[in-house]
Design a protein around this ligand. Structure first.
Ligand code: PMP
Length: 426
């Protein structure tokens, strides 16, 4: 059997719905299939896997492979995995893991309660459940622009109309949100935000804006979908209080969390922290997807956190990611200099890069193709906006690569930009 690989960015960007698909009319596909929006970000994994040359990978938001405590996971697996780990688990999650998450947060500014938690298959499932519960076809969903398009794509797949709200250095521009909502004449059912070290811009929503967003959500009756996979990875600056801290037990705050960025994304273990009255609906919604989250993965995470190594692990990650971010800043200053402007995140995984001056005439999507051939990958800006904005920008993940590889990758990127520039100058 041969598997058709994804070989170009075009394959990625056109893999949306069934429009133009030869299957259309041949199989009795539901209208919903037309609206399914895949993920350019996720598909870049297949695209890169199909390449045979050396590529520096700034594309996926994956933790540093070296930082994954694989040895500890192996040891823990040998200790904890038994027959109970290989049968069906409770849909809401393994009781031990739920307890562990509660205990772990008991001394933080955002304590929680077992009734608020449902363990999910990564943060993605939390986003899916949120849109499944709150969005009917035609409802308005406000998203940051740029945004994590797996989230906005899920909203679109449930039939939402998406409203893109600009992001500046303090995160979502809440004034612009208010104006845009007023101009549509409709209220958003959901405001989707990645408040801390946003994917892809790396920016953090300021405390005054968080408070205003809460006020607006209450005024409008909108849910704040608070997607925060990176918040614990702060390596500079001062902490900004979370929505759950600013408005404890607020029924309009629906929080999505994951172990993917701190432990390992392949475990597929995350959780939703939401109003307890939603729990039976979350469970029903999840039962339609996967019955329960991977049980061995939950048992491994539970034991890892219980052993007490989690905070030390986080502390090491913060030091390492700061080093990697600084290495990327320095490489960009050396090889790209004034040709680009970058954001300056205080944590997380991403830098957002905007081409400047004459280089802004280069299309980030074309640059991606050239860069891939040159041996470096990133996510082009248009893949991070539902409307395909940001043709002059791209996302770089600094977390996955060592400073040495980052240096090589940025050199290749500069070479790719020279080639792309020569194309537009011709
Ligand atoms: N939200 C954001 C903002 C993310 O960056 C990611 C991962 N890229 C997710 C959710 C999904 O996380 P998971 O891999 O746990 O599904």
């Amino acid at each position: 059997m041969t598997i058709t690989p994804i070989t170009t960015l075009g394959d990625l960007t056109t893999r949306r719905g069934t429009a133009g698909d030869p299957l259309r009319g041949r199989l009795p596909l539901a209208r919903r299939a037309d609206g399914l929006v895949g993920s350019v970000i996720d598909s870049s994994t297949s695209l890169l896997a199909a390449q045979t040359h050396d590529i520096v990978r700034f594309a996926m938001g994956a933790p540093a492979a070296e930082s994954v405590p694989a040895e500890q996971f192996r040891r823990i697996a040998a200790e904890v995995l038994d027959h109970d780990s290989f049968t069906y688990g409770a849909t809401e999650g393994e009781p031990g893991l739920i307890e562990t998450v509660v205990e772990h947060h008991s001394t933080t500014p955002e304590p929680t309660h077992p009734d608020r938690l449902v363990i999910t298959s990564g943060g993605m499932q939390g986003l899916d459940l949120a849109f499944k519960l709150f969005v009917d076809p035609g409802d308005l969903v406000a998203v940051e622009s740029p945004t994590y398009t797996n989230g906005s794509g899920t909203a679109l797949s449930y039939g939402a109309d998406v409203l893109e709200v600009p992001v500046d250095r303090d995160g979502m521009d809440v004034d612009a949100l208010e104006d845009l909502v007023a101009s549509t004449g409709r209220l958003p059912r959901v405001i989707y935000t990645i408040p801390t070290f946003q994917n892809p811009s790396g920016t953090t929503l300021s405390e005054p804006r968080r408070r205003r967003l809460l006020n607006l959500a209450h005024h409008w009756g909108s849910v704040i979908l608070d997607d925060d996979p990176y918040g614990s990875l702060r390596f500079a600056g001062t902490r900004v209080p979370g929505f759950r801290e600013l408005s404890p037990d607020d029924p309009l705050v629906f929080s999505v969390r994951t172990f993917s960025k701190v432990l390992a994304p392949g475990l597929r273990v995350g959780w939703v922290d939401a109003d307890p009255r939603l729990r039976h609906l979350l469970i029903a919604g999840k039962q339609a997807m996967d019955t329960c989250t991977n049980v061995p993965g939950q048992h491994i995470v539970e034991r890892f956190v219980r052993q007490g190594g989690y905070d030390d692990h986080l502390a090491r990650l913060r030091v390492e990611y700061r080093r990697r971010k600084e290495a990327m800043d320095a490489a960009i200053a050396r090889h790209l200099g004034p040709r680009v402007r970058t954001t300056d995140p205080e944590g997380g995984f991403f830098l957002w890069v905007t081409l400047q001056g004459e280089d802004a005439r280069v299309s980030a999507s074309r640059l991606f193709e050239i860069a891939l051939a040159e041996g470096v990958a990133f996510i082009p800006g248009p893949a991070l906006s539902p409307a395909g904005r940001f043709g002059d920008a791209f996302r770089l993940c600094f977390a996955s690569t060592t400073p040495e590889r980052t240096e090589i990758g940025v050199q290749r990127l500069a070479r790719a930009l020279d080639i792309a520039r020569a194309e537009v100058d011709r």
